[in-house]
Design a protein around this ligand. Structure first.
Ligand code: NAI
Length: 319
């Protein structure tokens, strides 16, 4: 394994998200040590990363300026967590979404790390105040929540614990930029952070519209894929408002009463009943049957689309 001037990053948990982080950090020239409680998971991860990187290189979609072989030489497995974290600048935890398990891992890390390393969690919805409670190194702790698949979707939500040091947020922000991700700061922790709050608001209304028989499940999806989603890949909902009138103030003058009128008709939180789930599933299965082969093929198609979109965005939005 090559050593790296950029520094060393440790991934704790070599599953779906851990592997993606490993590839991203290697693309930025960082040395990466993969740790997992299951030795076989580390072996699988290394094999899987090798295959992925070769395919990406062939497709001209490998991130960073190093070749696949150069990036692969930066990644190694490490069966011992204490050895793995020695000299690390950043530790990215990627174990399953279980508060007690993650707390155990962070308590273990807390007892063996120095005062400089960043302790970062990939959690999708656990609150930093619960996750990092009582840790000696709490100032160095942060949530860095990626979006699946992180190699193609660059957003990372940075969520601090109330006692996280501002330098921890700044350093993590800079690190994410360095590996080509797009970090954003959540100023105060909130259930679901920001991405999932927006996502759940959309899912909630989608479910109500389908349940009330206003639209079929597949037509509902078209509204996003052929409508709102087209612009949301480039501009957010607030900039959309700004552009759809003569600026935000003009948009609010013109449309806020209309928006409030519609918003008042929104229903309660859906129950996500079995009956509606079956109806939606039936419609989804016409295009993508819910067996592992069809689902995997569709995911691969989605990732290819995202890869092309990322290329397009880098051409139209030089960073
Ligand atoms: P996964 O189940 O694919 O991988 C978890 C890995 O952790 C496994 O390899 C497992 O062997 C390992 N592990 C379990 N206990 C361990 C321990 N005590 N020490 C070290 N390793 C241990 O899970 P996945 O999907 O990669 O999720 C990881 C985290 O990322 C979760 O917190 C999840 O919420 C978050 N996340 C997941 C996303 C997704 O779509 N999969 C998206 C964004 C965040």
């Amino acid at each position: 394994m090559a050593s790296s001037a950029a520094g060393c990053v440790v991934i704790v948990g070599s599953g779906v998200i851990g592997r993606s982080w490993a590839m991203l950090f290697a693309s930025g020239g960082f040395q990466v040590k993969l740790y997992d409680i299951e030795q076989q998971q580390i072996r699988n991860a290394l094999e899987n990363i090798r295959k992925e990187m070769k395919l990406l290189e062939q497709a001209g979609a490998l991130k960073g300026s190093l070749s696949a072989e150069e990036q692969l030489s930066l990644i190694s497995g490490c069966p011992n967590i204490q050895e793995a974290v020695e000299g690390a600048m950043h530790i990215q935890e990627c174990v399953p979404e279980d508060l007690e398990l993650k707390k155990k891992i962070f308590a273990q890390l807390d007892s063996i790390v120095d005062d400089r390393v960043i302790l970062s969690s990939s959690t999708s919805c656990l609150m930093p105040s619960k996750l990092f409670v009582g840790l000696v190194h709490v100032k160095q702790c942060i949530v860095a929540h990626p979006v699946n698949p992180p190699y193609y979707i660059p957003l990372v939500e940075l969520v601090p614990h109330p006692e996280t040091a501002p330098t921890t947020v700044d350093r993590t922000h800079a690190l994410m930029k360095k590996i080509g991700q797009c970090p954003m700061r959540v100023q105060k922790e909130v259930a679901g952070f920001v991405l999932n709050r927006l996502q759940y608001a959309i899912i909630s209304e989608a479910w109500r519209l389908v349940e009330e028989g206003i639209v079929s499940p597949s037509d509902l999806d078209l509204v996003m894929s052929e409508g709102l989603g087209m612009r949301y890949a480039f501009i957010g909902p607030l900039e959309t408002m700004h552009l759809n009138a003569e600026g935000m103030l003009s948009y609010c003058d013109r449309y806020s009463e209309g928006m409030k009128h519609v918003l008042k008709t929104f229903g309660p939180i859906p129950e996500f009943s079995r009956a509606t789930a079956e109806k939606v599933n039936q419609d989804m299965c016409v295009k993508v049957p819910d067996d592992p082969e069809h689902l995997a093929a569709r995911r691969q198609w989605r990732d290819e689309c995202l890869m092309r979109l990322a290329k397009l965005k880098s051409q139209v939005q030089p960073q």
